[in-house]
Design a protein around this ligand. Sequence first.
Ligand code: SF4
Length: 520
Amino acid sequence: MASPQLTTISPSINPSKPVNHYKAYKPRPFKKEERDKVTILYGGLTWKHERLIQGALHNLNYKAEPLPNITRQDLDAGKELIDVGACCPTIFTTGSLVNLLKKKVADQGKDEVNDKFVYLTAGACGPCRFGQYHESYSMALDGLGLRDFRMFLLAQDELDQGAADGGGLEINMPLSLGMIWGILCADLLMDLEYMTRPYEVNPGQTDRVLKESIEYLYDKFRNRPSRGKKLGPLAWHLMTNYFTRALRVIRKKWEAIEVDHLRVKAKVKVTGEFWLQTHEGEGNYNIKRWLEQEDSEVVPPPVAVWLHYLLHPSIRKLEHRHSTSKHPRLQQMMLKALERVYRGTYNRFRKALGNLPYELPDQEELRRLAEPFYHFELRGGEGHMLIGKVLHTYHHKKAHMTCELSPYSCMPNTMSVGSMANVLGKYPDLLYAPIEVKGDSEVHALSRCQMILTEAKKRAKAEFESVLKKTGLTVDAIRKFEARHPELRSATYRIPHRDCAGVAANYVLHLVNDRGLASA
Ligand code: SF4
């Protein structure tokens, strides 16, 4: 029998042709002396967050410009230039950078763009694509023929990264703290915005006051006093009343907005993947504005919850003795102290705004609520928080329903939506609308949300009617009471959370229990 022939596979290498090995992207140095000529581009948050971050950057004498808000065309531009199978936020954000750079190249030429702009983006490592965003950006830069364009990463777990190559960009305490404080202030104003606009009596007034407030805060960030580079800025940011004073001025501006809290609205908590839930625009079908048009009140997701969450994996590791730290006890104490300071700062800012914005949820409680369905060590995306937030909203009656925005091709979100089947089995009356977002199926996504929203609206109406019945009050009687107490119709009048999800129902209970309004 003839022995089987072995086939030799010879690599088709042409020895005369040089081999082009893969080289990871490395930006050219950004030199200190270039600082006043180079504009830092950044993006990914709402216009409110980005404007305050711009204030913090201008304060440190950087030229800075946020990327324009995402449009549907960014999705197409992203799809053309990055890897197949990328998740929808990666495609949108890459496309947004691509479209801006294309425009700048057309106006100013390639060399000018390479020399006059750099891109600053958040970076991380981890199991999901967030750790690879910069690879997608560099792939797109290659596709555009802009390999020389400079891009820098802002690690989300390091406040003091030092100077990037060349010293033009220093990711130090004043920069990081300015950005974080800007994010916290923007979050709080975003809460005010979403809790006021659905009830405003004069259409457009909330947006006007919001714009004015953000510009006022931008000036405050731009004119922050300098306190050195290390502990000085840390101590100043933690102890100063500079920001609380500014927020009190803002509260006065909001006081003038007249609202009608008797409008019965379904309250909708928005959660989901970080970028998608934060975004306000075509990247998520403008779903927050759409929900408002559909007669509901949105509870928006603050970025501050994510920053708070980032502290917790290290705390958990230390608790479960999975850390390699030599002084686990000490490190645990320090992290817990840091967490108290963080929450304390957020609460100080809330207080300056009359405690109107929502409190940060307790991370420990989110973990506990999610535990039977999703393990906290499954990192990636928002991890266990998605389940935790839905159950937190449900148990504390924070909203009538939750709308979860899940990006197309996102593994962590797919897992959490899958686990929700188990949650819904245990809590069948929980109203939950998981919306898959891929940029091009708007009608399908919104109609899916509308199905659950219809039920949420019915619940809001039933809740209000049952409170009126229980208290024996009528809308007419409440209107007469409001006429004698005009402060009740101000946007800064705080309605305590009672046993209902809806504002109108809580308002009636408050008038009876705290303001002594009795039925005739
Ligand atoms: S969480 Fe999902 S959508 Fe967001 S970066 Fe990771 S993989 Fe992409």
